[in-house]
Write a protein that binds this ligand. Sequence first.
Ligand code: ZN
Length: 546
Amino acid sequence: MRRITGFRLCALVLGALCLASTAGTAAEPPPGLSPTEREVFQRIKARIIREATKTLADDRFEGRGTLQPGGDKAAAWIADRMKTLGLAPGGEGGTYLQPVPLVATELVEPTRVSVDGTPLTYGKDWSSLGAFADLQVSAPLVFVGHGLVSKKSGRDDLKDVDLRGKIAVCVEGPPAGVTVEKWAEISADANLLETLLARGIGGLISLANGRELLPRTFVIDQTARRVVSVPSTTPPSEIPVMFFGAAAAERLMAGSGKTAKQALDEAGSAAFSPWLLAPKVDIQLESSRKEGTSPNVIGVIKGSDPVLAAEAVVFSAHYDGFGVLRQTIYNGAADNAIGVGEMLAVAEAFARARVKPRRSLVFIAFTAEEYGLLGSKHYAAHPTWDLAKTAAVLNLDGIGTEIMGPMKGMVAYGAKLSSLGPMFFEVARAYGITPMDDPIPAQGVFRRSDHYPFAERGVPGLMLVGSPVDDPQQFTERFEEFERTKYHQPSDDVYRDWYWKGARKVADMMALIGHRVAQADALPSFNAGSEYAGRARGEAPKAAGR
Ligand SMILES: [Zn+2]
């Protein structure tokens, strides 16, 4: 799943996630399947998933970086697999590929950030948010606390301060005794970045008080990376917007007579007023820029019904990872080589099935998901299969919870929004799997993977995340541990103890739900009252142009 970034007050929410090792002999299909469903079930092989996952997560694919050679190599490999399986090309110009125009920017020498002449370490002490412009900034620093200007809460943290040309230093986590959720509520009518920009700041540095959603070390590690974006719509930030770590925060408070902890705690008070910081910060950002294209990979299995074959069910998984960063390969095995492996196993099962479903099936391996769903957003804006005739999207993306042991539960993100929900519940019941509610609602997962641009355009979808535990608390613990140790890190690799039968079950369930959507007389629809209800399939969202 992709990272999320966005300032709200000083509450930056950086998304967690951007979600025994034998292949096993043929498992028994669950009861209640039609003969065709039984055939598809029997053709889904854990071996296929394991091979595809291991291949895509192998060092020779160099972490499948977008606009890096490994990404193109992975796309070519997936296209080749689709061809071998007999899928028809579903990309552009009679190929399996749909090129997506993108630009990559990366900080390069002589980029420097120093406090009173002492250089800070990029990726440890600081990181910078967004596409990078070349900047040189040296300006007075003002500590603005939470920067909360809110009519609702009657608070103004920016009173009596002139911020023009100055670097605002803010604190992100909520004040002591206030939860992240409560703080989001309190600050709902405020927008920190907008407010500060309107006051003419020359830069922004965010500090952490330890009460934010994600640890600061994690946030800095995740944001000190090359950035991939859409060339025309993403002008680089004209001012530095940065995260500082604990040691750097301490340096900023030097000479104030306060420790960083004291200063950050005091900022929680409603009586807070901004004050000038003594140290001098020098910021020099230089970046490289590389434009190019990276492809979505698309293959089609034609439906068997003369009329309904014009409509399609989309199966998707993003193939991109973080590639090579600072000479290190990020193999992205659980996120999301395995999702692609599972999707390809589904494609293989349907390709080999003697009877094809009534509707067509479109399999898409998306690019650039990690950089803001760029591949799927491009596809949604330029679909190669008419979205008005796209029944649903079933997406796989996560953190490999399905290979942590025999699967007990599954979260189907989006199940509450559409008629796909009851279908999912039925399939889960057949498999004896507990359908789980989103155990981490604060993370807004539904908006953070490739099914989402479809939902924005009126196409219902599900993202299936299997789990060896069906208790939300335990799921969250596993999730958080993965986040700490492997998420978007070089350690996200294939491990010997992976339970591949779990991956098979996810693929089974995806195939079964997809098959039922493809066979049903009516197209699935969003539930009345859901925020997507009433949108015509294919209709551009209000804030379109992405
Ligand atoms: Zn992912």
